[in-house]
Design a protein around this ligand. Structure first.
Ligand code: ATP
Length: 976
């Protein structure tokens, strides 16, 4: 037998271990109602994997199938049922000759355990084992009274499962279901995958762009760094050279300064010496003047004596004899000759002197004329400068003459609170930058800076109230500093003719720095308009640029410039005034210098004049004396000749002679006078030298001041270059993490100008890129990799779903074929079984939708003998059962089942029909094994073995093999 035995323990009413042995094809199980017959059926179904407590006629919990006890028996805690099958025909796909399937449940944990041949297994293993064998919880193997009675009344669709089971398509259906679930899952996965792929693809495009941008950025940056390092190194080298040059100049200037200091010291010393000499000369002159006076006194005494002697001689000449007279005359002649020759020589010497002095006079006159001319010119310019200064000062006294509102506010400043001042007065442009700053400030020149907005509001109310015009106010608290883009700062700093940012070229009180930065922080100052245009181009016309002349290149590229007649503003006035004042002080010095020079020449002129005049007087006096002396000599000579003396005694005049003494006196006086003159000249020269030295010292000191300023400027420059050099070093360090020495080693040979242009270009290109996500290439790679991977997965899934669909198609095909074949086969068998059950007539199975074999419901058209075809519903309960049994037999004929369990399937039949049923059943002997739960003697008669089930008072089912007679008596007992 296929099912060899059932072992029950604790299952429902089978509290005690009960073994049902099956030795024949048809085994009947009989007994009164409620004795536990159907529990055997339930036990088989339970072992074969039934999960529905309803199907098992149990309570809510599976543990309800465990024997629950009775008045006389305690409940048990374990239910265990084993089915033992003969597998020699290999109905189960297993190499074992015997298959033992066990299911048990513990009350304590409500957990079921499964075993195949005593080995624990899963429910699935049991399902797989019984699949395709015709067994199983939903199979045709177990048919109950309910199945039979409900068959006719069931909907066509509900009937279909029976035929599917018979056709053996259930496994395909199951597989198809699994495949469809897989397909659904695959589709779900595909949908999810598609969502992710869509999302990734949305990310990919921008990421690819960002990645390209980042790569471009990195490549530009790399190029930039390779060039910029060299540029920085070159710049540092240049700065170093410039610093060295400045150091050299500083050294030279400092040396020069020291040498000038030495010169000044030396000159001071010379000055001292000269002053001493001057003092010396003065005392020498004074001494000589005394000598002169004394000599003149002595000469006067000698003159007096001479006059007395001459008087005596005149008397002698008149009264004495000829010889004496001759002697006397001779003496007088000698003296007269001596005197007249002496005066002649002196005269000649004085004339020579006069010529010399006149020459000097002429030269000094020329010099004085030249200096006077230069002085006049300098004084003219000086006057003009002073006039301009006065005009400027007047203009500055009324700085807002044309700005009525500004003027009114500034006049009422004391009574208004929070008025700081007008922009044009608060900001002082650095030297030469006034025009540029004026252009940069433009309309803001006359903005009034206030402490806050409230002060500005108050001032505006004041203007309104007094009808005093309008003004623009700039509250300090709203001024925030402008931060220029570092790229622009860099490009600007490299531009040709770069002077600086306008705010850097203006001095002001520190508290106005924000105002200054707000108004001027974004305006660039470049030397010329050409350079400004060039720079504007490099900066893409994003920055307003002004030139030193006040021309403007606006953002966007428009230009303003030209000449304005009265373009003065307080900003330029101030600067012009400063320039004028500087010029005036320069002119003052040169005028002073010229005046000194003029004074010196005039003094010289006066002196020469004086000398000439005194010489001329002296000459005039001497000429008279000479004439007198000559006349005297001539007269004496006449007188002497009249005495008849041919020869004039040439005897030398004696030294002690009065005339000789007098001549000596004159000579001494001349000599003294000449010495005085020479000393005076010396004194004059020394005086001039002193003055000159004093001037030279003054000049030297001025030069030293200039040198000092130059040194200061150089030191400033040195600091500037050092700062620039440090900035470059810093950039090398922070931007490129390099020391100068390292960078120097790795520097490339570059053309600095070209390289700087390239750096600017590269920076512009980098700037154009805007924000760059440096992680983008990595992110792109990751997303791309994921995208590719998921796309491949999608392809695989599509392939898998195609394969599943193909498999489903194949299964559908197989199911259609198998179902159709089985359907036809059953239809053929039905005709026969129907005839056998009804004793004639005909029956036919019909597909409700033949087009949809896979889903169609199944209808039955029956025509019992002598009756016309009627609606199934209109048949009696017995007829309906008979129709169902006909179909059941038809199926069993068409598809051989190894085991069939009929649970009171013939209950609704009358005696004659039961016998017909039983007889038909016996036809299946040797073909299938039947376990028949029955009350009907007709059926019992056809059974090979009968088991009687009884239940005593203890509520426990007992089983015993019975003979037909006993079986009938068991049933009869119940009927009674
Ligand atoms: N868990 C359980 N513990 C104890 N007894 C149980 C349990 N479950 C069911 N029973 C008993 O089993 C009996 C019902 O058995 P079953 O339905 O097999 O009887 P039957 O012989 O088929 O009756 P009928 O001929 O009327 O169909 C009842 O007496 C019921 O009390």
């Amino acid at each position: 037998m296929f099912l060899k035995r059932i072992e029950l323990l604790g299952f429902k009413s089978f509290a005690d271990k009960t073994i049902i042995q099956f030795d024949h094809d048809i085994t009947g199980i009989v007994g009164p109602n409620g004795c536990g017959k159907s529990n055997v059926n339930d036990a088989i179904r339970w072992v074969l994997g039934e999960q529905s407590t309803k199907s098992l006629r149990s309570g809510n919990s599976m543990s309800d199938i465990i024997f629950s006890g009775s008045e006389f028996r305690k409940p048990v805690n374990l239910a265990k049922v084993t089915l033992v099958f003969d597998n020699s025909s290999r109905i189960f796909d297993s190499p074992f000759e015997e298959i033992e399937i066990t299911r048990q449940i513990q009350r304590s944990n409500n957990e079921a355990s499964y075993f195949i041949n005593k080995t624990p297994c899963r429910l699935k293993d049991i399902n797989d084992l019984v699949m395709d064998t015709g067994l199983g919880r939903d199979s045709l193997s177990i048919i109950t009274q309910g199945n039979i009675s409900g068959f006719a009344d069931a909907k066509p669709e509900e009937r279909r499962s029976l035929f599917e089971e018979a056709a053996g398509v259930a496994k395909y259906k199951k597989r198809k279901k699994v495949s469809l679930q897989k397909l659904e899952k695959t589709q779900d996965n595909l949908d999810r995958l598609q969502d992710i792929i869509d999302e990734l693809s949305r990310q990919l495009s921008p990421l690819e762009k960002a990645s390209e941008k980042a790569k471009q950025y990195l490549s530009l940056k790399e190029e930039l760094s390779s060039i910029e390092i060299s540029v920085l190194v070159e710049d540092i080298e240049n700065y170093q050279n410039q610093i060295k040059e400045i150091e050299k100049q500083l050294f030279e200037n400092k040396t020069l300064l020291t040498s000038k200091e030495t010169d000044v010291n030396l000159m001071d010393h010379q000055l001292e010496t000269l002053r001493k000499e001057m003092h010396n000369l003065d005392s020498q002159i004074s001494n000589l003047q005394q000598v002169y006076t004394k000599t003149m006194e002595e000469s006067y005494q000698l003159e007096k004596r001479k006059v007395e002697i001459d008087e005596k001689r005149k008397y002698l000449l008149k009264n004495e004899d000829a010889k004496l007279r001759q002697k006397e005359l001779q003496i007088m002649l000698k003296e007269a000759k001596f005197e007249y020759e002496d005066r002649r020589d002196r005269l000649s010497s004085l004339k020579t002197d006069l010529i010399l002095h006149k020459k000097n006079l002429e030269s000094f006159k020329n010099q004085e004329n030249r200096v006077s001319f230069e002085l006049r010119q300098a004084e003219n310019v000086f006057q003009q400068l002073n006039n301009r200064k006065q005009v400027l000062e007047n203009m500055m006294k009324q700085p807002f003459a044309h700005q009525q509102g500004v003027k009114a506010i500034m006049q009422a400043k004391q009574s208004l609170s929070g008025i700081e001042g007008v922009v044009s007065q608060l900001f002082i442009p650095q030297e030469d930058k006034a025009m540029a700053i004026q252009a940069a400030l433009g309309g803001s020149l006359y903005n009034i800076v206030t402490k806050d907005e409230a002060s500005a509001r108050y001032a505006i109310r004041f203007l309104k109230k007094n009808h005093s015009g309008r003004a623009t106010f700039l509250p300090m608290n709203v001024c925030k500093p402008r931060v220029m883009n570092s790229q622009i700062l860099f490009i600007a700093s490299q531009a040709q003719g770069y002077i600086g940012w306008a705010n850097e070229l203006v001095d002001c009180d520190g508290k106005y720095n924000f105002v200054k930065d707000r108004l001027l922080g974004n305006i660039l100052v470049i030397d010329t308009l050409e350079h400004a245009n060039e720079c504007a181009k490099q900066l893409k016309y994003q920055v307003k640029i002004v030139t030193l002349d006040g021309d403007i290149v606006h953002t966007g590229g428009s230009m303003t410039g030209g000449f304005v007649r009265n373009s003065s503003s307080p900003v330029t006035l101030n600067s012009e005034l400063k320039q004028i004042e500087a010029k005036i002080s320069g002119h003052e010095i040169s005028i002073q210098y010229l005046r000194n020079e003029q004074e010196e020449y005039r003094r010289k002129l006066d002196r020469e004049n004086e000398d000439c005049v005194s010489l001329q007087i002296e000459i005039a006096k001497l000429e008279n004396i000479y004439t007198v002396k000559k006349d005297k000599y001539d007269t004496l000579l006449q007188e002497y000749k009249q005495l008849g003396i041919k020869e004039v005694n040439t005897e030398e005049i004696k030294e002690d002679d009065l005339v000789v003494q007098m001549a000596k006196m004159h000579a001494k006086m001349d000599d003294t006078s000449s010495q005085i003159s020479s000393l005076r000249s010396r004194r004059f020269n020394v005086g001039n030298q002193v003055e000159k030295l004093e001037n030279d010292i003054r000049l030297l000191r001025r030069e030293m001041n200039a040198l000092q300023s130059e040194i200061h400027a150089l030191e400033l420059k040195q600091v500037q270059y050092t700062t620039k050099q440090d900035a470059c070093l810093n950039r090398l360090n922070t931007d490129y993490r390099m020391t100068y020495e390292y960078a120097l080693e790795h520097k490339k040979e570059i053309d600095l100008k070209e390289a700087k242009e390239k750096v600017i270009w590269l920076r512009q290109e980098i700037s154009k890129l805007g924000n760059v996500n440096l992680e983008a290439p990595k992110e792109y790679e990751e997303v791309k990799e994921r995208y590719d991977f998921l796309s491949k997965q999608k392809e695989d899934l599509l392939l898998a779903s195609k394969q599943i669909l193909k498999a489903i198609d194949e299964m559908n095909e197989t199911m259609i074929v198998q179902f159709s074949e089985m359907f036809d086969k059953i239809n053929v068998e039905l005709n026969e079984s129907f005839k056998a059950m009804f004793g004639g007539g005909k029956a036919r199975l019909v597909m409700v939708d033949p087009e949809d074999v896979l889903n169609t419901g199944i209808d039955i058209q029956v025509q019992p003998p002598g009756k016309t075809i009627k609606n199934l519903q209109s048949f009696s309960g017995g007829e309906k059962a008979l129709i169902a049994i006909s179909v059941l037999f038809a199926i069993l004929k068409a598809r051989t089942m190894p085991l069939c369990i009929f649970d009171e399937v013939e209950a609704a039949l009358d005696q004659a029909n039961v016998e017909r049923f039983a007889r038909y059943l016996s036809h299946f002997r040797n073909q299938s094994q039947f376990i028949v739960v029955t009350h009907r003697p007709g059926t019992m008669e056809q059974c090979d073995t009968l088991y009687g089930v009884t239940m005593q008072k203890d509520g426990v089912s007992k089983l015993l093999k019975v003979q037909l007679k006993e079986a009938l008596s068991l049933t009869e007992q119940e009927e009674k």
